[in-house]
Write a protein that binds this ligand. Structure first.
Ligand code: ADP
Ligand code: MG
Length: 707
């Protein structure tokens, strides 16, 4: 066994809580810990005076310890807390450490120390650091960052998790660093040389224990390049393999497509026509299509999918359409039925809570509930032409007769493994991914570089952007009055409750549900007693959710209070207002998705971003929403504005913080892509680089694991 694949608990003494936290961070082996990189580096070289320290910023100060002591805070149980008071000639402030009782012994009163970290303030405006980095004379901590020759080194700061402080990571990673020195270099030497990247051994040391900031930066660049390069290699190789496979050829069925378009109450946009044309061209080639249809909310992706499906149905083959939620699957099923009923297509709906078939024998214009076993046998014998569903359609029991087109809506909601499982239900079917989440160009190149792209960059005519306003606490009351008038005259409203981020997923979910219940209560009793309200959250049964959405659609509900579950796809044409509570806690792309839920019938509509934040940067970020013309602009803006670790994307896309950082650099992404392409072109099995091939295999497995 390589030293890096040893389990952490074999190498370190770990408390049960540390074990649990490491597991939650996905850190199982020595190698995993080695790749847990610092979030940033503290620089103790330029302290400022305490009186000038601003809340919300990251600051470094130097002062003497005036007081130090232990306290107990009460949360779910007592939490030990160490508090120090620091004094310099201009003033005082505090430093607080949670769950690190040993900090009480790290300092003595009167000792000179330097602290660095994010500055918080309590309601009275008293400022404090939480778990700051520090250097102090005469402690072990000092030895770590000040060299014998007195040179100040940048100190790595790791993202903390309960029981695992930044110091814990620093100390323990240092002990395993020597093990990394036997690891093979996976990047080809020519590439290292060409882009001036440090080799693995130097880089791994420099990222954790840099002597100078520039070393750390060089190392980060290398690991970022490596991550992007590995993803690209895997994608480009898949693409090559796919291009060698045979596929169903599907004739364009122009007459029927025109007939369908002719029945619409509107004309297709130019972008829709172009996308359909591109798909039909792919269908005529002898290899399977792999195409991404990217379009802003409301740009009409579903209809493109319907038209593509009609061509496939006309050729006598089956289509599978997978949506991320039951509500959406149901909605899309209905849209397919509406458009395709004139073409003798039989549609099926499969979710874990219901199965339906269209047309119903009794009522040929409607669908009917059927048993799952019946539906499955009809999918298998080809009676069902188009099957719409949630991930329930990738279950083992679902088999098709001749599946030749797979469509995945909001594809980033599914893992790589789920997508390929669906594709495996056919014999090399054509593949169409759809997404409404605009992502920055560099990220798209990285993740979807192997896919052909169709862009719906044109909105149906008559769509107006919702009027977007930031609402601080002082304007709340007046805003509620504006809203009252709109709803009184027949408008409908969504209220989105804030995302709650705690470390434990479970408690976050229940906190979110509580937030929804509280807000529902408050709005019902105090603000809008005259209107009909309902709530929607993740703990509700699918059937309950569907009933509520239906009631809202039927205008039996005026105000729907919800968690962010409505983020994707819901189509309620009459809704014209959306309130987002705690708007500062969402990424711009999500906020943009939310606002796409209103004004869908072309009526005047509003998006109110409620926030208590006074932070200038946060407000600036929200202002981007007031101005931006489309989601793509916003996505780019989000990427440049937010720092590493704050990007809404990183966990969502399965890219590390360091990789996300790299995405700000289009040149690097393009270089990694170019090199990956050359390498695969030359040697698809990477025979010359066995350790690189092995690493790609690991990355691909991790990706599957990620789900
Ligand atoms: P999204 O791209 O967000 O999935 P949808 O497919 O849900 O968008 O379409 C949003 C709405 O726009 C639907 O009600 C659909 O019927 C309508 N729509 C689609 N194409 C057009 C068009 N060319 N002109 C007018 N309305 C359209
Ligand atoms: Mg959609």
């Amino acid at each position: 066994m390589s030293p890096l694949s040893q389990p952490l608990e074999r190498v370190f003494d770990l408390t049960p809580s540390q074990k649990a936290n490491l597991k939650r961070l996905g850190l199982a082996t020595v190698g995993d810990l080695l790749f847990y990189f610092p979030a940033r580096y503290e620089d103790f070289s330029s302290p400022i005076s305490i009186s000038t320290v601003e809340t919300g910023t990251t600051a470094t100060i130097q002062g003497t310890i005036a007081k130090i002591g232990t306290k107990k805070m009460f949360g779910k149980g007592p939490i030990p807390m160490v508090e120090a008071e620091i004094k310099d000639p201009s003033g005082t402030m505090r430093a607080i450490w949670f769950n690190q009782p040993s900090m009480a012994r790290a300092f003595k009163v009167g000792q000179l120390a330097t602290f660095s970290g994010k500055v918080h303030a309590n309601k009275k405006g008293s400022r404090y650091f939480v778990n700051p980095a520090f250097t102090a004379k005469n402690t072990n901590e000092q030895e770590r960052i000040i060299d014998v020759d007195g040179m100040v080194r940048p100190m790595p700061v790791y993202t903390e998790s309960r029981g695992l402080s930044s110091h814990w990571f620093q100390a323990n990673i240092e002990t395993i660093l020597p093990l990394a020195q036997n690891e093979p270099e996976i990047l080809p030497p020519e590439i290292l040389k060409k882009y001036h990247l440090p080799d693995f051994r130097r880089a791994i040391k420099a990222i954790h224990k840099p002597e100078e900031r520039a070393w750390a930066e060089g190392a980060r660049k290398r690991f970022a390049f490596e991550e992007i390069f590995l993803i690209q290699l895997s994608r480009i190789r898949d693409k090559k393999l796919r291009e060698a496979e045979p596929a169903y050829t599907i004739p364009p069925a122009h007459d029927r497509l025109h007939e369908l378009a002719g029945r619409l109450p509107f004309a297709l946009t130019g972008a829709q026509q172009k996308s359909v044309r591109q798909i039909l061209e792919d269908f005529s080639r002898p290899h399977p299509m792999a195409r991404l249809l990217e379009g802003d909310v409301g740009s009409g992706k579903t209809l493109v999918a319907v038209l593509a499906s009609l061509a496939v149905h006309s050729a006598g083959y089956q289509v599978a359409y997978m949506a991320p939620t039951e509500i959406l699957a149901r909605q899309h099923f209905e849209e397919f039925c509406k458009h395709l009923q004139y073409f003798r297509a039989t549609m099926g709906l499969l979710t874990s809570s219901e199965c339906r078939k269209f047309p119903s024998k009794v009522d040929p214009s409607g669908s009917t509930h059927i048993a799952k076993s019946q539906l499955l046998s009809w999918v298998k014998d080809g009676t069902i032409d188009i099957l719409v569903g949630t991930h329930a359609i990738i279950q083992k029991s679902v088999a098709f007769k001749n599946l030749s087109l797979v469509i995945v809506d909001e594809q980033h909601r599914f893992g790589v493994g789920q997508r390929s499982k669906l594709a495996q239900k056919g014999k090399t079917p054509h593949f169409l991914s759809m997404t409404a989440t605009p992502i920055p160009r560099t990220l798209a190149l990285t993740l979807y570089g192997d896919l052909a792209l169709s862009l719906l960059d044109e909105m149906p005519p008559g769509r107006t952007r919702p009027i977007t306003k930031i609402v601080p606490p002082t304007k709340r009351a007046a805003t509620y009055e504006t809203i009252r008038a709109v709803i009184a005259s027949g408008g409908q409203m969504f209220v989105i409750c804030p995302k709650i981020e705690t470390k434990e997923d479970d408690s976050a979910r229940s906190a979110e549900i509580k937030a929804v219940k509280d807000e529902y209560q408050r709005l019902t009793t105090e603000i809008f007693p005259e209107f009909r309200l309902a709530m929607l959250h993740g703990k509700m049964k699918p059937k309950e959710k569907e009933e509520i959405v239906q009631a809202f659609r039927d205008k039996k509900i005026d105000i729907l209070v919800s968690t962010s579950v409505i983020e994707v796809g819901i189509d309620i044409p009459n809704a014209s207002i959306i309130i987002i509570e705690g708007a500062d806690r969402f990424g711009l792309a999500s906020l943009h998705q939310f606002r796409g839920r209103v004004g869908r019938a072309g009526q005047e509509s509003y998006c109110f971003l409620f926030t208590d934040s006074k932070n200038q940067k946060t407000l600036e970020r929200l202002q981007a929403l007031e101005k931006a013309r489309n989601g793509f602009e916003l996505a780019e803006y989000d990427l440049t504005l937010r720092g590493a670790g704050e990007l809404s994307g990183s966990s969502q896309w399965g890219i590390s913080d360091i990789g996300m950082e790299a995405l700000k650099n289009i040149k690097m992404v393009e270089a990694a892509r170019e090199e990956a392409r050359n390498l695969i072109e030359e040697d698809i099995e990477l025979k010359k680089y066995p350790s690189l091939a092995e690493r790609i295999r690991q990355v691909e497995q991790q990706e599957l694991h990620f789900e």
